[in-house]
Structure formats: structure tokens, C-alpha cells
Design a protein around this ligand. Sequence first.
Ligand code: PMP
Length: 424
Amino acid sequence: DQAPVQVPPVVSAALTVPLATGEQIQYANLDHAASAPCLSAVQDAVDELLPWYASVHRGAGFASQVSTKVYERARDVLRDFVGARTRDTVVFTRNSTDSLNLLARSLPKATAVVLFDTEHHAALLPWKGPWVRRVQTPASPGDAVIALDAALAAAPIGPRLVVITGASNVTGELWPIEELAAVARRHGARVALDAAQLAPHRPIDIRSWNVDYVVLSGHKLYAPFGAGVLIGRADWLQAAEPYLAGGGATKHVVSWGDRLGVAWSAVPERHEAGSPNVVGVHALAVACKTIAARWADIEAHEIALLHRLRTGLREVPGLTELSIFDGPRVGVVSFTIAGHDAGLIAAALSAEYGIGVRDGAFCAHIATRRLLTKAGSSEQRALRASIGLGTTTEHVDRLVHALRTLVTNGPALNYRLEDGRWVP
Ligand code: PMP
């Protein structure tokens, strides 16, 4: 074993959880792909801001000025984090789902939308319109480029948008972003990148990749819940009705009898009605800055642990990894174990070993079911282990040991199904 790489610490490093026996054990959180633990640097930054937070853009008081400055500075940090153009707008949202829905509501009339059908539901479902094409995801990145080319060749004349993911939340596999964006560009289409799963693992550079919009979520990037972002070209967002109507999104409101005259604000405020989440946005910005300063260590840590995890999983009898392309991936691995219920395994991992994994279809039902079938399983649910800055070699080794023991000897306890969940 090599010396572990030092990565930015998370606040939950020493967390212990009870086993079904009542004994306490260090928590092995192997569910970073759902939500990542908060960085210690983020906690410190939030602690520092809490006495100062006040209404953003709305007060003359000193604390309001501090909050407004912190909030506006965060836009520049996020712009740098994704390599955006200076003219791109940075709209703060609640999360990636919110960002993608905002973009979907802001498309020019009759925009043709093309995407792959293995997307997370947040990227799969928001698009409405006369021409939305959900292309069946092919078996290789090269075929994905060809399939996109064919779909765009059949798209009607007019505005076009291609929606792609950076890394699959089911398999962690990396998508050929630049190649897909180049095809989109040839067909006069804009590109929106769902970077919810990519952003915690790899640097993003939308300018050099020729991507027009990018979305991400703070809670997957080692900041708490409640802040996300949509970054990209301002014109469509500027021409659209505000996503939410209310204070902050308006410059003037006047009445004339019982009629109203409303002058909406320009972007980004146009789509940020209501009091902004300055604490969440600051946390997100600090997380981005902390990560961006340590990419080399973060990638080395992940590559070493992912290798250890996949090597160990290969030793578990009956285990098959799910894969779209059989290609390079970030630290996310989904799998099925022949003859074993994913929910029961996940429950036993938690109750008997203090390990948190995800079971189910990961808000990507089409992808998960298709990949299970491809893996020769008739199950509807898979297991997913995902690693990140909170992961240690001991967590990985514990998971591999636990799976081998559960598959070979069965669980040590009896389980019953309660509201769809197995409990000891
Ligand atoms: N896209 C991908 C690839 C994701 O993994 C997720 C979260 N699982 C989302 C979008 C949605 O993110 P959020 O729940 O933060 O809106």
C-alpha cells in the first residue's frame, strides 16, 4: 500500500454510527454520488459568515453590504470554476434540477432538444416542446457522437439544444463532451452540460469544450444543500419570462387601475426572485475554490481508491459491474450480485458494517434497468458505491470484505420489509 494522498478534509471524518448490535463504528460513507460530506474549509467559512448574513441586494446596513459582496463575489468564483466566458451569466438556483428546469423554461419557442435516454431524471424530464428527441444511448462514446449527428440532421430548422452529461451518476463513466459539443456546433445547436456528477471529480472548462450552459449542485461538491448554479449564455435567459415572479426579479412595478406594469430585472437577478441563499452560495464558492486548488491530489486519491474498489469487487462471487461504455469513470461504481436483493444487501451493509451505499435505480430508471438487463440481471434495483474526499482505504476494504462475507455466509441478522426498506 502506498501512502495515502492528502486531500482537503471533510467534517464527517470522525463520525461514528451504531451497528444493529449497539456497538459504535466509524461511518463508511460510500454514497458521495448522492451528496458529498461538507469540507472543513466550508464549515469554517460558513461559521465566519453566519454572524454577518443579512438580506442581499436589499439593505443599506453594513451586514447587508457584506452579504451582497459575498454573494456577488461567488459568481466570479463559479465562473472561474467552470471556465466560463466573461459574458456568461451566473444564475444561482437550488440545485442542478432547478437549474435544468430554469433552462428548459427559458428556451426560445420551438427549440428542438436532443439528449440521450440514460440521463438522470433531472436532465431527462424538464424538456417540453414540439420536438424533443431522446436518443437511445449507444454502446460506445464514438457511436454516441454518430447518433447525435444523425439526430441533429433530422431536427427541424430553428433553435436547437443538445443536453449531455459530464459523468453518469449510475456508472460514473465519462462522456465525450468535446466531441459531442463539436457535432452540436456543426449543426448550429447549443450544448447544455449536466456537470452535477462531473464537477466534484474533474476540472470543467466550458469555454474550451465549446459548451454553452453548465449546471451543478453544491451538495455534491462538498457544500451543504440548497445552492446550485446555471452558468451560460445570457441571451435566451434574458429574453425569457422570469422563472419565478417576485421581489428581486423586478426593476419597477406600477399600477394603473387594477392593471399592473412590471419591468423585470436583467439576468441574473431576473431568475433569482426571492431572498437569495447567501450562506449556501458562499459555501458553494468556498468548496469550488478549495477543490480547484487541489485537483492533482483529488484525482490521485480517487484513482487509487477506485482501482482498489474495483479490484476488490471483482473478488465478490456473482458480482457484475454496470457499464454503459466500459470506459474511464469517476469514483462511482454500480453493480448487481446474482441471487441477492440489492435492498437487503444495502440494509445489511448499514446495520452490520456501518457502511452507507445506495440501492435502487438512482433517479435514472431507464439507464439502470437497461444496464441491469445488459449485465444479465432481471432485477430492477442495483447497488452503488461512490467514493470521494471522505473515503479511506479502510472504507473500501470494509465494503469488499462485507460483500464477500454477506454473499458467502449470508447476513448475521434477520431482516423484515418495512415501508419498502429492509430493517433488522
Ligand atoms: N444530474 C446528475 C448526473 C446527478 O447525479 C444528479 C443528482 N443525483 C442531478 C442531476 C440532480 O442533482 P440535484 O438533486 O442536486 O438537483
